[in-house]
Design a protein around this ligand. Structure first.
Ligand SMILES: Cc1cc2nc3c(=O)[nH]c(=O)nc-3n(C[C@H](O)[C@H](O)[C@H](O)COP(=O)(O)OP(=O)(O)OC[C@H]3O[C@@H](n4cnc5c(N)ncnc54)[C@H](O)[C@@H]3O)c2cc1C
Length: 377
């Protein structure tokens, strides 16, 4: 993607730092509401965590606030569907949360009730129904929960689509230039230029604390592997219910069975979570653990050649909720970061509720749980 290298230095209503899925969604939402927006990224559109992600648009219920934002965002993706170009690969695959034992089956029933009470359709599967839907899962699993409205997208193209739509509404894009300072209505760039603005949105993902010191987020590394094409091997995104245990751990390294069929027949195999790993390199030991776990659930995966592996970083907060809203201490700075493993899902909801707060519109969900004031370090 080529940026407009001639961002005028005239005033903007808002400068969004970071053109990942979150920053591009914010730029798009602001521009469509008539704000004059500049979107700045030092590398390119979707070059951070966004290009490392699986693209699972998934409703999660770790907390009421997480449920509210993931479900709201999923509905926004559903509304956007008709406009999305083909390369965004929007597919309503549905998720199956796989239960390996009776304890996990109890979690299936709890989730079924919770989602049902809140209008999210789900279906409880017994062992037979699970095998009928996904015959390549191993024998002996006890059942699962199918969530048919969960979706798969291709995140880099989604970010590109949002950028282009923002540009059609007047947003200016500048890539290849680092933001070196972002405070008090002034955005300094690495080429020595500066932009003056009423609002700065720090959507720099795991790098957000470099611009706004004191933001309580940590890097959480994750690996993925993609296989060759095997159309028909599986139909749903399959996730072990143990994933919830692994995603919620706040310390040790963990892996979980989480596999997604892509439109072209490739299988995307995840996932791992690590704190304290700074380098982006693929770590063989982590990869092996992850693939072993995947094969415990789907033995046939071991026979499919992997073509590529990579790693990226999630921006994790202590309470597992993103940071969306005003940053205490600088009236010009707003945050849109800390989305951990759900930023593709929650990007659209994030943009909506941030734009609501900035323009004084009434948000459709409560915004207080995401306020950054709770995570000042
Ligand atoms: C392995 C893995 C799998 C995942 N799977 C899923 C999934 O299935 N579903 C889901 O919902 N989420 C998933 N996620 C999480 C998701 O990828 C992130 O939450 C999301 O991409 C965050 O987007 P972002 O825009 O906040 O950050 P990023 O995409 O990281 O964007 C930040 C941008 O800021 C730019 N930037 C940083 N500092 C500066 C600066 N000083 N000046 C200019 N630009 C700057 C960077 O270049 C970058 O482009 C996954 C993440 C990983 C790592």
């Amino acid at each position: 993607m080529h940026g407009d290298s001639s961002v005028s230095q005239a005033g903007f209503d808002a400068v969004v730092v970071g053109a990942g899925i979150v920053g591009t969604a914010c730029a798009d939402e602001f521009a469509r509401r008539g704000l004059r927006v500049a979107l700045v990224d030092r590398e390119g559109v979707g070059s951070g965590a966004t290009s490392a992600a699986m693209g699972h648009i998934v409703v999660m219920d770790d907390s009421a606030a997480q449920f509210a934002l993931t479900r709201y965002s999923q509905q926004l993706w559903q509304r956007l569907r008709a406009e999305l170009p083909d390369d965004v690969e929007y597919e309503e695959r549905g998720t199956i949360w796989v239960a390996a034992d009776e304890e996990e089956m109890m979690e299936v029933r709890r989730k079924h009730a919770y989602y049902g009470e809140r209008g999210v359709p789900t279906e409880v599967l017994d062992a037979k129904a699970l095998r009928r839907l996904e015959p390549n899962l191993r024998q002996g699993l006890v059942g699962g929960l199918r969530v048919p409205e969960d979706v798969v997208v291709y995140p880099p193209c989604a970010a590109r689509f949002l950028t282009e739509r923002a540009q059609r509404h007047g947003a200016e894009l500048r890539v290849g230039c680092s933001v070196t300072q972002a405070e008090a209505g002034r955005v300094g760039l690495s080429d020595g230029s500066e932009i003056f603005t009423g609002i700065i949105v720090n959507a720099a993902g795991v790098w957000a604390p470099e611009l706004t010191p004191g933001i309580g987020i940590k890097k959480r590394k994750g690996h993925l592997v993609i296989t060759d094409r095997h159309p028909g091997f599986m139909r749903h995104q399959l996730v072990e219910l143990g994933y919830l245990k692994s995603a919620h751990k706040v310390s040790a390294d963990s892996v979980a069975f989480n596999v997604q069929p892509r439109r072209g027949g490739e299988l995307l195999i995840g996932s791992s979570r690590q704190y304290g790993a700074e380098g982006k390199e693929v770590e063989e030991a982590m990869l092996e653990r992850m693939l072993r776990r995947a094969q415990e659930y789907m033995p046939g995966l071991g026979e499919l050649p992997a073509v590529r592996a990579w790693a990226g970083f999630r921006a994790a907060t202590d309470d597992k909720l993103p940071l969306i809203g005003p940053w205490p201490g600088d009236r010009s700075v707003f945050l849109a970061t800390g989305h951990e493993g759900l930023g593709i899902t929650t990007s659209l909801g994030t943009a909506r509720i941030l734009a609501d707060q900035i323009t004084g519109a009434k948000p459709e969900i409560a915004v207080e749980p995401y306020w950054p004031s709770r995570a000042v370090q």
